[in-house]
Design a binder for this molecule. Structure first.
Ligand code: NAP
Length: 443
């Protein structure tokens, strides 16, 4: 019988993820011990209410409300409480006491990452966070380790399952946003207050984490340009389908050249975008997540799977636990967070992409030429122009000033040039309304 060294593991939180982590750790402890070369002893679980009903049956004696005492003397602390405080304070306490920390808390990392990584570096502790982005999908370790010798150019991520479920439903069932959101809520994919998901805050936190890691640069969450899905109409989703696209809420992290200075920079942004139906991301349905990575040498890679769920996320947490425990066994310095590139985070005006714009115009001779002139004057080149609908007056009779819908696809243009073009088009006499402006990504 091999005598293993004992590692003391403290768990903070026993909710959707924490309860599953505790169960797996208790059930598979012997197997994990053999993989690690040390036994992993769950010494306690800190919660708010020790008598609350849990999603898994766990030994009562492990529960405590005294997180601080639990952290003291632990080798590894797993933070699965969520939120900024007291999670941040407990994580700092754990790090300063020399423990390695595992967390799934994207909000805490996106807001306090540099402070936590600095604290860890000072004492030689490690902070693991595979579960913080895209749940069960391995993406942090591939970016940090597997692609460490390559140069990541761009990441396109579907990193929020709730919004992907809603957009997928709008696309496949031709329903409006409210109806799709109601279904998501009913099925438990959306929370009672869905703001963090549908306004893109959750995806922006994940974009900040991915961009920081991929580009060896600190990308604060405030620097992530964010647009949610609330303004999308079913007409836009239908039009996208007819044009061969699907609308996805994307977290985009990109290495680019600043058009003003010619210097390298990075962009991190979240918005709903048109994705070609042939792109692998178009096949990500329901509440699934996927992260599409383009690297200089590796080419395109896609990581796909469950982006949330208690037991799925627990898998990523336990992977981190095995890594942390192995380091305790074999020793040696951990990997510090790499921010050596220190690239500037560029504003949204600096990005270049393709656009699809829908306009309602007066249906009269010369309109197309007038619109084309405005685009050309602003240096935005038109790739495709289609008059899709002619609106008639009542009873099918052509009205005095009938209008038509024009859909214009552009070649790649800067966001700044596009914004100026849209403003000029909106002010034009021949345009009744700009009904949609969507970016096209993934080409
Ligand atoms: P949850 O179900 O709300 O559970 C939170 C747990 O933390 C509860 O057990 C709660 O105790 C405990 N807790 C909260 N505040 C506390 C405090 N001040 N002191 C002590 N205990 C406290 O959360 P979750 O869904 O498991 O999420 C945990 C983390 O994982 C979050 O950072 C989340 O963003 C992340 N994550 C979750 C998922 C997912 O699918 N759920 C996926 C990826 C990442 P009581 O039970 O006594 O109230």
């Amino acid at each position: 019988m091999i005598e293993y060294r004992n590692l003391r593991v403290a768990l903070l939180g026993a909710g959707s993820v924490g309860a599953q982590v505790a169960t797996l750790l208790l059930e598979h402890g012997d197997e994990l011990a053999q993989r690690v070369g040390a036994s992993l002893e769950l010494v306690g679980i800190a919660v708010r209410d020790v008598d609350a009903v849990r999603t898994a049956e766990l030994p009562k004696h492990l529960f405590t409300t005294d997180a601080e005492s639990l952290i003291l003397g632990s080798d590894i602390v797993i933070e699965l409480m969520g939120g900024l405080e007291p999670a941040r304070s407990y994580v700092l306490q754990a790090i300063r006491s020399g423990a390695d920390v595992i967390t799934a808390n994207k909000a805490m990392l996106a807001n306090h990452g540099p402070e936590l990584f600095d604290a860890a570096e000072q004492v030689g502790a490690q902070l693991y966070y595979e579960a913080a982005v895209a749940g069960a999908i391995p993406i942090i370790r591939p970016l940090r380790d597997s692609l460490a010798g390559d140069r990541v150019q761009r990441i396109l991520g579907i990193v929020n399952g709730t919004t992907n479920f809603i957009l997928d439903r709008m696309d496949r069932e031709s329903v409006g946003l409210d109806e799709a959101l109601a279904v998501a809520t009913e099925l438990g994919y959306a929370e009672a207050d869905p703001t963090a998901d549908i306004e893109g805050y959750d995806a922006a936190q994940k974009a900040a984490i991915l961009a920081s890691l991929a580009f060896h640069t600190t990308v604060p969450v405030e620097a992530v340009h964010r647009e949610g899905i609330t303004k999308l109409t079913s007409a836009e989703i239908d039009a996208a389908r007819k044009a061969g696209y699907v609308v996805k809420l994307l977290a985009i992290c990109e290495r680019l050249v600043d058009p003003d200075t010619g210097a390298d920079g990075v962009s991190a942004r979240v918005y709903p975008a048109l994705v070609d139906r042939d792109h692998p991301l178009a096949a990500v349905h329901g509440a699934n997540n996927a992260v599409f990575v383009e690297a200089e040498a590796a080419g395109s890679l896609m990581f796909y799977g469950a982006g949330a769920g208690g037991i799925e996320t627990a898998s990523a947490v336990l992977g981190d636990l095995v890594s942390a425990a192995r380091r305790h066994v074999v020793g040696g310095p951990g990997v510090a967070e790499s921010t050596h590139a220190n690239l500037p985070v560029l504003p949204i005006g600096s990005i270049t992409t393709r656009y699809q714009i829908a306009l309602q115009v007066t249906d009269q001779p010369g309109v197309l030429a007038a619109i084309a002139r405005i685009f050309s004057e602003h240096g935005v080149s038109v790739e495709a122009l289609e008059q899709t609908v002619r609106h008639h007056g009542p009873g099918g009779v052509v009205a005095d000033s009938p209008t038509a819908t024009l859909v214009i696809g552009t070649h790649a243009a800067t966001e700044a040039a596009l914004a100026a073009t849209v403003a000029a088009v909106a002010a034009s006499d021949v345009v009744a309304a700009v009904t949609s402006v969507l970016r096209v990504e993934g080409a």
